[in-house]
Design a protein around this ligand. Structure first.
Ligand SMILES: NC(=O)c1ccc[n+]([C@@H]2O[C@H](COP(=O)([O-])OP(=O)(O)OC[C@H]3O[C@@H](n4cnc5c(N)ncnc54)[C@H](OP(=O)(O)O)[C@@H]3O)[C@@H](O)[C@H]2O)c1
Length: 236
């Protein structure tokens, strides 16, 4: 997409001049708050977005709703399976409970692609908020379900609430975990394209602790009656 540097839209957010490589990004579960928030931030940065859903009509409706936020945004809607086919990078923005039902049907479409897991296995209302699967983390479960993809874990601490506040920068660092340095750099660049400081947080085996921090942030949000507890790494 060819955009002039920083377009100010009347009554709307600003579309920034694209920074770095532009990517077709499929978002599985993109009808939810987190997926939709990532979609709009990335679309405003110039990337093309395919919203995925179990229901193609729901995906198209969400894409149309997001396109209303700023005109000419490249956002379309499809089923999760079609979205995975169309995306160069596939983002999993599903609840942890939806992974087993959804990912096997997209496994061949994800072959050879970078798959970003935003998934945090949280259980609300119980004694323990962070409830990782036997694989150790949701990201490692995603990797087991998509063995021919390169999974990177990221965006767990970037709240949907903050993503939706388009006039404000996101006040949180992006921690990125994965086994493949090039895949991590691609995801770091996608983070930078929405204004985040991206930090390499090590291999995919660190995804469990990284996902677990979200449980701590959710607890802090409740204790202090706020919505936007985040995390910043010092010393860099
Ligand atoms: N919300 C946040 O602030 C936040 C922050 C960081 C990370 N995350 C993580 O991001 C992921 C998405 O969060 P969210 O709040 O957007 O979740 P959500 O609204 O509960 O779910 C997102 C979408 O997933 C689909 N879905 C729901 N249940 C499903 C199931 N059982 N099987 C298959 N698909 C299902 C739905 O889309 P369709 O009905 O259209 O298929 C839904 O719109 C979660 O793993 C969460 O831990 C969230």
């Amino acid at each position: 997409m060819d955009l002039p540097p920083s377009i100010g839209l009347p009554n709307g957010p600003r579309i920034e001049a694209p920074k770095g490589r532009l990517v077709n990004i499929a978002i599985l579960g993109g009808t939810g708050k987190e997926g939709a928030g990532l979609a709009i931030r990335w679309a405003l940065a110039g990337h093309s977005i395919i919203i995925g859903s179990r229901d193609a009509e729901r995906a198209r409706a969400k894409a149309a709703e997001l396109r209303e936020i700023a005109k000419k945004l490249p956002i379309v809607g499809h089923t999760n399976a079609e979205a995975a086919e169309l995306g160069d990078v596939v983002v999993v923005a599903l609840p942890a409970t939806g992974l087993q039902a959804t990912l096997p049907e997209v496994a061949s479409a994800c072959r050879g692609k970078i798959v970003v897991s935003t998934v945090v296995p949280l259980t609300f209302g119980g004694p323990r908020l962070f409830t990782p699967p036997p694989a150790g983390s949701a990201a490692e479960e995603v990797q087991a379900l998509l063995p021919e993809a390169t999974v990177v874990a990221a965006f767990h601490h970037i709240a949907a609430h903050e993503l939706a506040e388009l006039d404000e920068p996101i006040n949180c660092d992006l921690l990125v975990c994965g086994h493949d340095a090039d895949a991590k750099e691609t995801v770091a660049e996608l983070g930078r394209s929405m204004g985040l400081r991206s930090i390499d947080a090590g291999p995919l085996s660190n995804a469990g602790p990284v996902e677990g921090i979200t449980a701590v942030l959710a607890t802090i949000n409740r204790r202090y009656k706020i919505k936007n507890a985040g995390i910043k790494i010092t010393g860099l």
